[in-house]
Design a protein around this ligand. Structure first.
Ligand SMILES: NC(=O)c1ccc[n+]([C@@H]2O[C@H](COP(=O)([O-])OP(=O)(O)OC[C@H]3O[C@@H](n4cnc5c(N)ncnc54)[C@H](O)[C@@H]3O)[C@@H](O)[C@H]2O)c1
Length: 285
C-alpha cells in the first residue's frame, strides 16, 4: 500500500501545517475539525498561505489550485473511513486522544494506519485503545510543519514493520527526513529540547537575566535561530507545559518539573503567539 489519502484530525497549528504539506506533495487530504466553521477557517488560512507563496514566486498558480483541490474540510469523523493513513493532531491530552483513537478505530477501514502527532505522550496507550495496535505509531512533525524537515517516526512495542515503513515512506513523500525512535517520553528532540526550555523559564523566574538577554544569549552564544522564550511562544505554552509534565511523569527527574511561572502563564491563558501574548506581546502584530 502507498498512502494516497490522508485524514488529519485537529485543525490547530500542527493539523493545518500537516494538511498543507501533505496536500502540496500530492496527497488527498481530509481535514476534520470538531466544528465546520473551524474546518472552513483552516481552508481559508491555507488559501491565504498558498496565495502568499504564489506572490513570492515560490509556488505556481497551477500548484496552488491543485493543492486546494486536494483538501476537503469536514466536521464528520465518518469521512475519514476510507483514508490509508489518519494522523491525530488534537490537544496534547491523553484522555482526549484516547477517546479519539477509540472512535477512529470503530470508523476507519481495517487497512487504515492510525498515527499520532503527539509530542511526548505514550503512543502505546493510544495503540491499546484500538483493535489494531500493530497499525498504530507516532508521526511527529515539527513546527511549522511545511518548513521543518524532520519527522520522528515513533515505534510502540506493538507496531509492525509494515506500518513503520508505510509511515516512513509517507514522511519521505512529504519531502521530510524521517528518523525512527522508540516510544519513550520526548522521543529524541523533545527529550533534549524541553529541559532546556524549562530551564530558560527558571532563569527568567529567578531574575538571573531578562527575557531579551536570555533569548539574545542563546542566539548569539549557540547560534540558535531563535531564543528559548520566543520558541516557547511559537510552540504554545499550554502544549509546552503538557510536554514537560509528560517528561516529568515518565522520568521523575526534578530537572523536568515544570517551572511555576510556566504553569501560572498557562493558567492566565498567556499561551504565546496563538493567544496574542506569552513571553512576548503579539497583539499589535
Ligand atoms: N505546537 C507545536 O510546536 C507542536 C509540534 C509538534 C507536535 N505538536 C503536537 O501536535 C498536537 C496538536 O498541537 P497544536 O500545537 O496544533 O495545538 P493547538 O492548540 O493549535 O490545536 C489543538 C486542536 O485540538 C482541538 N481540540 C482540543 N480539545 C479537543 C478534544 N477534546 N477533542 C478533539 N479536538 C480537540 C482544538 O480545537 C484545536 O483544533 C499536540 O499533540 C502537540 O503536542 C505540537
Amino acid at each position: 500500500m502507498t498512502v494516497k489519502r490522508v485524514g488529519i484530525v485537529g485543525s490547530g497549528i500542527m493539523g493545518s501545517g500537516i494538511a498543507e504539506i501533505a496536500a502540496k506533495t500530492g496527497h488527498e487530504v481530509v481535514l476534520r475539525s470538531r466544528h465546520q466553521e473551524t474546518a472552513d477557517a483552516m481552508v481559508a488560512g491555507l488559501e491565504k498561505s498558498l496565495g502568499k507563496q504564489v506572490e513570492k514566486g515560490r509556488l505556481s498558480e497551477e500548484d496552488r489550485q491543485g493543492t486546494l483541490s486536494r483538501v476537503t474540510a469536514t466536521s464528520d469523523l465518518g469521512e475519514l473511513a476510507a483514508c490509508d493513513l489518519v494522523i491525530e493532531s488534537i490537544v496534547e491530552d491523553l484522555t482526549a486522544k484516547r477517546h479519539l483513537f477509540n472512535e477512529l478505530d470503530r470508523i476507519c477501514g481495517d487497512a487504515t494506519i492510525i498515527a499520532t502527532n503527539t509530542s511526548t505522550l505514550p503512543v502505546i496507550d493510544l495503540a491499546m485503545e484500538t483493535g489494531r495496535p500493530s497499525k498504530v505509531c507516532g508521526v511527529h512533525f515539527f513546527n511549522p510543519a511545511p518548513v521543518m524537515s524532520l519527522v520522528e517516526i515513533v515505534r510502540p512495542l506493538t507496531a509492525d514493520d509494515e506500518t513503520i515503513s508505510e509511515v516512513r515512506a509517507f514522511a519521505e513523500a512529504c519531502g521530510k527526513t524521517p528518523v525512527e525512535v522508540k516510544d519513550q517520553a520526548g522521543f529524541i528532540v523533545n527529550a533534549l529540547l524541553f529541559p532546556y526550555l524549562n530551564n530558560a523559564v527558571r532563569l527568567l523566574e529567578g531574575g538571573v537575566a531578562s527575557r531579551d538577554d536570555i533569548d539574545e544569549a542563546m542566539k548569539g552564544g549557540c547560534n540558535f535561530p531563535m531564543g528559548p522564550l520566543a520558541l516557547l511562544d511559537l510552540v504554545g505554552l499550554d502544549t509546552s507545559l503538557a510536554i514537560i509534565e509528560a517528561l516529568y511523569a515518565e522520568f521523575r527527574d526534578p530537572n523536568y518539573a515544570p517551572v511555576p511561572l510556566l504553569k501560572r502563564m498557562v493558567a492566565a491563558e498567556q499561551l504565546g503567539r496563538k493567544s496574542g501574548k506569552g513571553f512576548y506581546d503579539y497583539s499589535k502584530k
